[in-house]
Design a protein around this ligand. Sequence first.
Ligand code: FAD
Ligand code: 2HG
Ligand code: ZN
Length: 472
Amino acid sequence: MTALTAELIDRLEQVVGAAGLVRDPQDMARYLSDWRNAYRGRAALVVRPASTEEVAAVVRLCHQAGVALVPQGGNTGLCGGSIPDASGEQIVLSLTRMTRIRQVDPQNDTITVEAGVILQQLQEAAVAAGRMFPLSLGAEGSCTVGGNLATNAGGTAVLRYGNMRELTLGLEVVLPDGQVWNGLRGLRKDNTGYDLKQLFIGSEGTLGIITAAVLKLFPAVRSTTTAWVALPSSEASIELIGIMRGLCGDRLTGFELMSRQSVEFVLRHVVGCSDPFGQPHPWYVLIELGDTQPDAPLNELLETGLGEALERGVALDAVIASSGAQVQALWAIREGISEAQNHEGPSLKHDISVPVSGIPQFIEETDRQLLERFPGVRIVCYGHVGDGNLHYNISKPVGSEDAPFKAQHEAIMQVIYDATARFNGSISAEHGLGQAKRDAAARYKDPLELALMRSIKQAFDPAGLLNPGKVL
Ligand code: FAD
Ligand code: 2HG
Ligand code: ZN
């Protein structure tokens, strides 16, 4: 890899204009660390192209000069994938100026958007067309479609609609040498060989720069109902999801599990959030039902399911939201957990998955082991339980210094990942490997899978210039 020359900077400026280059250290700072300040890097430059042609020209110039690029969208990722290394020689390639919605096609139920479109804007464009785009997550006001694709983002509606992989029909990608692959086909069926788009989805910027995508649109949801339910144990959540699925089928669109510790952090730190019940309970779930019919009998279904759960002791208490404001208040508790945990000092984040039926035992065994070995650590466990995906996050003990907790990071992670492996799970169900889980993946993934991944990387990016040091 060679350092950036003044000539290369000039040529990049000719491509993207002065507005597309960020060189001032103060202006560059927000591209060089994540919102938690958990990862920090340095960069020679931030380049912000505004079109596919500009991205291609930038990538070509950097490829010729042997300069590494770190793609970045909204920089909301949770594993340091969008943060450059400490060398100061990499260039951050920000896609945030590529914000066009190129086409909305209600007849084919597709929308074609550029990589820098904010997820919330995409959702709004779908609504304006009388449709719905279902991906939904706490960072939707800042994360971009390109980042959602590159991490194969999940969120709170995967249970019903799938993650980004399942929502995508076509991609446009700038390859590491600057060639543009136009795979913007909106086809529902295409069996002409390997499905290349799926290689780029979830590749975390290591195989190509995603510049645009054709995404699926869905019928608008015209009725919803939401409940907050107190549970005696995490095991009860598995019984409850069984009850609700049996009754509601595909109308079950959200089922989020939260421990009391998670909710307590929110009540302590997120302004405006209050406990829906008068007394604490060990676990909670947030249930959402949705239907495309405006007058679907969702409340009746929910009441039937919750009635059965209360009778069997699966649920301890429940409230059904009676207004839009109450729905928002309940979701604010769930979506506030990330922010709230940040106020409690350093934390370790995990986005593991195990088979749904194994969740209660996973939690019980892992909690026990961790508390025996690291007394006082606070386990903040919550997540998309219907997908088998837990955020098994750990905050430092109350009153302890940061340094001893940080020194335990590796050992804590090992307990959690060993348990994940015992339950045939994955060490990353949602956020990706980035730099945070790269080394762990090398230990926990099958060696043959890793070798195949390395061959793919070598085939696409033999010079190793796209997001080096991430994933592999
Ligand atoms: P960035 O953070 O900018 O980048 C993420 C990765 O994608 C990096 O490796 C980067 O190099 C690569 N990349 C970005 N754009 C491109 C591109 N155009 N081409 C190629 N590579 C690219 N994630 C979930 O899956 N589910 C959740 O429920 C969820 N909730 C969250 C809640 C909060 C409060 C926060 C802060 C984050 C949450 N996340 C969640 C994580 C994060 O929001 C997602 O991973 C999101 O998809 C990242 O989008 P971004 O635009 O911010 O990407
Ligand atoms: C969520 O589900 C996100 O809220 C973020 O995936 C999880 O902050 C986290 O650990
Ligand atoms: Zn999540």
